[in-house]
Design a protein around this ligand. Structure first.
Ligand code: CMP
Length: 139
C-alpha cells in the first residue's frame, strides 16, 4: 500500500540553497513526489499550520521563523511514508539527532531545523489538504 505524507523545506534551508540536495535525499530513499509548490507563509497561515503548538513556549519563534522566507512544500508517497520520512528527517532535539539525517546535515537550531515531516497519518491528511487541497487554505 502507498501512504502519503507532507514535507516542508523550511526558510533557512531554502535560503542556503539546500533544496536540490534535500529532494535528492528524499527520492533516493524511495519517496515519490506527487506535488510540489513554493509557498510564502504569512504569520496567520503559519499559525494555522502549527495550530497544535499554540501556547507552547516556542510557538511565537516558530511562527516568526516560518514567515521569514520561502518554504518548499512537497506531497510525498511511499510505503509507511510518515514513519520513514521522520526517520530520514531526524529528531527536532539536536541532542537526539542521528548522524546522516537531513536535520543533522542542515538544521541550525531547534526551531531553524531545515525541514518538517508530518507526525501521523492524520496530520499528513490535514497538512496535505491545507496546502494542496481544493480549499487551498494556505495558498
Ligand atoms: P516541526 O517538525 O516543523 O514541528 C514543530 C516545530 O516547532 C519544530 O519542527 C521546530 O521547528 C519548532 N520547535 C521549536 N522548539 C521546539 C521544541 N522544544 N520542541 C519541538 N519543536 C520545537
Amino acid at each position: 500500500m502507498t501512504d502519503q505524507t507532507l514535507f516542508l523545506i523550511k526558510p533557512n534551508a531554502v535560503q542556503h540553497k539546500h533544496i536540490g540536495h534535500i529532494i535528492s535525499i528524499v527520492e533516493e530513499n524511495g519517496f515519490v513526489l506527487r506535488n510540489i509548490k513554493i509557498i510564502k507563509f504569512d504569520c496567520d497561515s503559519a499559525g494555522v499550520f502549527y495550530a497544535m503548538h499554540k501556547g507552547k513556549e516556542f510557538y511565537d519563534r516558530l511562527v516568526s521563523f516560518m514567515c521569514s522566507g520561502d518554504t518548499i512544500a512537497l506531497h510525498l508517497s511511499r510505503r509507511n511514508a510518515v514513519q520513514k520520512l521522520r526517520e530520514l528527517v531526524g529528531d527536532a532535539d539536536p541532542d537526539k539527532r542521528k548522524q546522516g539525517t537531513i536535520r543533522s546535515l542542515y538544521a541550525e537550531g531547534i526551531t531553524e531545523n531545515a525541514v518538517h515531516a508530518s507526525d501521523s497519518d492524520e496530520a499528513a491528511a490535514r497538512e496535505i489538504e491545507l496546502i494542496f487541497g481544493d480549499l487551498k487554505a494556505l495558498a
